[in-house]
Design a protein around this ligand. Structure first.
Ligand code: ZN
Length: 174
């Protein structure tokens, strides 16, 4: 139990692997940095919380936002990539849209752990990382974003996402 938690967002096969349905090529480049973050958290007793897309096959997200089907619950694609996979004892929060807080148990989990400060890693910078950061800040959490451990779909959106988190949400970019 501590007041910080490391959050790993959507580092799933369907986003990270080459040729994946919603491939975020930059996500492969941040795997080693996230690995280091996870190792450090585990060593220092900081809880590691995985926040992961988990969609129904006909999820409205695929129609409404025109994303190709991805991270369908129960498939290989919805699993965390091998190099970053959670320990048995760690937390996996399934989400169905951009924010890790929307219709999930994340807030209850954080309250149970006494966590006040979130350190965000994962993908995509201007989508799930940004919307999770926003919901976190609106709920009173302090947010840090590890810039070398978040990945964007393209460099401009990535930079814009970081800028919004810093300037609008008051997140600390580390
Ligand atoms: Zn999704």
């Amino acid at each position: 139990m501590g007041e910080r938690a490391l959050i790993v967002i959507d580092m799933l096969n369907d986003f990270v692997l080459e040729g994946a349905p919603l491939e975020v090529p930059a996500a492969r480049r941040v795997v080693p940095e996230i690995r280091r973050e996870i190792d450090k958290a585990r060593r220092t007793g900081v809880p590691v919380i995985y926040v992961c897309d988990s969609h129904q096959p006909d999820d409205h997200e695929f129609r409404r936002f025109n994303w190709p089907p991805h991270a369908v619950k129960g498939t290989e694609g919805a699993k965390v990539v091998e190099d970053l996979k959670p320990l048995e004892s760690e937390y996996v929060i399934e989400k169905t849209t951009y924010s890790g807080f929307y219709n999930t148990k994340l807030q209850a989990l954080l309250e149970g752990l006494g966590v006040k400060r979130l350190r965000l890693t994962g993908c995509v910078t201007h989508i799930c990382v940004l919307f999770t950061a926003s919901d976190a800040v609106l709920r009173g959490y302090d947010v840090e974003v590890v810039k070398d451990a978040v990945a964007g779909l393209d460099p401009d959106d990535h930079e814009a996402g970081l800028r919004i988190m810093k300037n609008v949400l008051g997140a600390t970019i580390v």
